[in-house]
Design a protein around this ligand. Structure first.
Ligand code: SF4
Length: 267
C-alpha cells in the first residue's frame, strides 16, 4: 500500500483536473492503469474527503492505516465479466485499498460471487486475505470515496477516462458487464461509447434484471451483454429490495453470457 503513496508524492501533476483524461488513454496494460489511477488527485472535494476520513477513521478501525487514495479495479486482466459499482465506501475500500472490500456491501457481493464460482472465498476482509477472483473484474466509475456516497456529475465525468480505458484494456475477452445500480448503469454507457461501442438511443432504462446487447462491430468481434442489478447497498439489502438470490441470479446469467465456466475460465 505504501508504494502508491510514495509514487503520488512524486507526481505533482496528479492534481490537475485533466489527469485522468491525459494519462488513462495511453495506458497499455491494466497494471499500468491501476498504478496511475491510485496517483490521481483530480477532484479536490473527493481528495479532501478521502484523506479526512483516512485521518479521523471510524472508532472500530482506529488501529488501521487507511488507504485514503483512489481504489483501482480488482480482478484478472483477462476477465470476461466486469462488475461496475458506484464508488469506494469511506470505511470499506477507502480503508482497505481493494474494491468492495471491508464493508457490508462487499460481504454481500463476494458471497454471491463465491456462490456463482467467481470468487475463491465468500469473504473479503483486507487486501492480503488471499481472495482470488475468477474471470471477473470489479471496478467503479468513480475511484475515490465521495461524501454520502454521492459523487457529483462533474466528478463522475472527470473519472470516466479511467473506466473507459479499463474497459478498453479488457478488450475482446470482455463479454458481459453487470452494472450495480442506476449510477453505474448511467456511467457505463458513455464509457462503453468511448471504447467504440454503439449504445442504444434513447438510453436504455436501468432496472434490476435489465439486459441490453451491444452488437459486434468494428474492432469489437463479439457482442457485449450489459445487465443491471440493484446495488447491494446496506439500504437495499436490509430492506429486502435486493436479496442474495436476486444478485446471484444476475451474476449467474452474466457469467453464462460471458461463457465463463463455474471456475471462472472462459471457453
Ligand atoms: S474520483 Fe477519479 S478523477 Fe477524481 S480524484 Fe479520484 S481517481 Fe481522480
Amino acid at each position: 500500500m505504501e508504494r502508491a503513496g510514495e509514487q503520488g508524492d512524486a507526481a505533482p501533476t496528479a492534481d490537475e483536473a485533466t489527469f485522468a483524461a491525459r494519462h488513462a488513454p495511453g495506458c497499455t496494460t491494466l497494471d499500468e492503469l491501476d498504478g496511475l489511477v491510485t496517483l490521481c488527485r483530480a477532484c479536490p472535494r473527493l481528495v479532501a474527503w478521502r484523506e479526512e476520513v483516512a485521518r479521523v477513521k471510524r472508532a472500530a478501525y482506529q488501529d488501521w492505516k487507511y488507504w485514503g487514495r483512489p481504489v483501482a479495479g480488482f480482478g484478472p486482466a483477462d476477465a470476461a465479466l466486469a462488475v461496475v459499482g458506484l464508488a469506494p465506501a469511506a470505511h470499506g475500500a477507502n480503508r482497505t485499498g481493494r474494491m468492495f472490500t471491508g464493508d457490508a456491501t462487499g460481504d454481500f457481493l463476494f458471497a454471491a460471487l463465491h456462490e456463482v464460482g467467481l470468487a475463491s472465498q465468500p469473504t473479503s476482509r483486507h487486501a492480503g486475505d488471499g481472495l482470488v477472483l475468477h474471470g471477473v473484474r470489479l471496478t467503479a466509475p468513480v475511484h475515490c470515496a465521495p461524501p454520502d456516497n454521492r459523487p457529483t456529475p462533474g466528478e463522475r465525468d472527470r473519472c470516466r477516462p479511467w473506466l473507459s480505458a479499463e474497459l478498453d484494456l479488457l478488450g475482446p475477452r470482455l463479454r458481459a458487464v453487470v452494472a450495480l445500480g442506476g449510477f453505474g448503469w448511467q456511467a457505463l454507457l458513455p464509457a462503453l461509447r468511448d471504447t467504440g461501442r454503439r449504445t442504444p438511443r434513447p438510453r436504455p432504462a436501468f432496472g434490476h434484471g435489465a439486459h441490453v446487447v451491444l452488437p459486434a462491430e468494428g474492432r469489437h468481434p463479439h457482442p457485449l451483454h450489459l445487465l443491471g442489478s440493484y446495488h447491494p447497498s446496506r439500504h437495499n439489502t436490509y430492506t429486502g429490495r435486493l436479496t442474495s438470490a436476486m444478485l446471484v441470479d444476475v451474476l449467474r446469467r452474466a457469467a453464462e453470457l460471458a461463457e465463463l465456466h463455474p471456475d471462472g475460465h472462459s471457453g
